[in-house]
Design a protein around this ligand. Sequence first.
Ligand code: GLU
Length: 452
Amino acid sequence: MLNNEYCKRVYEQILARDPDQKEFHQAVYEVLEGLEPMVERRPELEKNGILERFVEPERVVTFRVPWTDDAGQVHVNRGYRVQFNSAIGPYKGGLRFQKNVYEGIIKFLGFEQTFKNSLTGLPIGGAKGGSDFDPRGKSDAEVMRFCQAYMTELYRHIGQDIDCPAGDLGVGGREIGYLYGQYRRLKGTFENGVLTGKGFSYGGSLTRPEATGYGAMYYLQEVLKHEGEEIKGKTIACAGFGNVTWGICKKALHLGAKVVTLSGPDGYIYDEEGVSSSEEKVNYLLEMRASGRNRVQDYADKFGVPFFPGEKPWGVKADVIMPSAMQNDVNMESAQKIVANGVKYYIEVANMPTTNDALYYLMSQKNMVVAPSKAVNAGGVGVSALEMSQNSERLVWTAEEVDAQLHKMMVNIHKVSAEAAEEYGLGYNLVAGANIAGFQKVANAMMEQGIF
Ligand code: GLU
């Protein structure tokens, strides 16, 4: 519950302004809860209208995306780019292509991105974009035409010192390639820092595909270290089977941890030996994704492990739960199962994977450590920022160099979050700590730069 009058007022204002944007309300509420102790101590925030400015994007662009399918039929989708906050660097954040995308989803993601990007310690502001276009079931040529149409409008709002999009759900290397090709044609210049997650041959960074999953595992290692434990031998329940989960499994294989579940829209699989027990299994995730079938049952069929149709993996016994698929994947019912199983580590990976009631319930458990996605998954955008650095330098770093920087970044994110919570008397509260640490840097930059 919000107690601080200023926080309450700001929350009521967003409800009144955009009553239908429930994901955005959820993200803002969770942040305000965490910021309350700091807002109490820093009255200058209210005087400067910092929270009101924080929750209002600097700019929202909505546009028409007309494209032609293979049969010659024209379709129209809606495109978005929400440029949330540029106080500490050019806007930065992914593009999501998914049927359910609307302004409320892009705003929640852009809002969270501002904190996440600040936590990386690198000079990147917050943004997010996307479309209600669903790339599944479309041919390559259709995806290409859609991406070209999308960029034909977007290009006038972005640039390597203005706003630098990347991928998110439904936008991977293929889409980034088509988007960058169109940008380059329209601008007539090789300005490749404008997009990240590019193919290696035209400026992509080594380790960018793995970065979100690797970063999440490095963060988990820090949490375990704090609790006097180690990662080797730990069992982990994951969700999804996309890019992030693949990165987690790949790093788990190196570190000797065991990822026992994957999930998809069709249900979940349980692999007692571990998805992370062999390279063959880890690599199969790439094949599943490339097939476009969107079925996790294929894994069960191939490796002869149990498949649970229509169910989520949150009732399994594991040392660590890592929801790594999408928002609101873990609700109160799932949270109760997690607690009943005596899980000690709840490490969010996907953006806002927990409903707020479930999150507060998990956080209220004495023996549980809860870590928030805006810190845990920040390695993805962090390595995107390193990709931008390489593009500016016109140099290519080795995988070891990128990985070492990523590791350092994740250690630091955990450290500054834990310290911020400690400073405000909140103990080892990584959720509030990440909100406070991410917020302070941006808020200070906003105050120093005057009202805008
Ligand atoms: N979409 C990713 C995220 O949620 C990556 C964004 C980026 O690399 O700019 O952070």
